[in-house]
Design a protein around this ligand. Structure first.
Ligand code: ZN
Length: 100
């Protein structure tokens, strides 16, 4: 059986969701309707989310995108530090934060 996560991945793969702001996405519904999705506050304007109060596939799709971006950023930071591009000051600041 197809899970909601499967459908969310499908939405991302088909490009039926796109970022329109720092915390906002727009998803295209099955009938062409446009839904506003704000993963940070768990909001989506689709009926699934509004009426049944469930985490809908659009929210999951938005979270998949946010997670992918976050991993890409982390990877970039790591490779930069390996190449010695990150200034010593930044490295020291990172060490300070680890003691918090
Ligand atoms: Zn939705």
């Amino acid at each position: 059986m197809e899970t909601r996560l499967d459908r969310a991945k499908e939405i991302v793969r088909l490009g039926k969701i796109r970022r329109v702001g720092p915390e906002r996405f727009e998803a295209v519904g099955s009938n062409g309707e446009i839904y506003t999705v704000c993963p940070r506050v768990n909001y989506c304007s689709c009926p699934d989310n509004r009426e049944r109060l469930v985490t809908c596939k659009h929210l999951l799709a938005a979270e998949l995108i946010v997670g992918t971006e976050r991993r890409a950023t982390a990877r970039r930071k790591k490779s930069e530090s390996l190449r010695g591009v990150v200034p010593l000051k930044t490295v020291l600041a990172g060490l300070d934060r680890m003691h918090d």
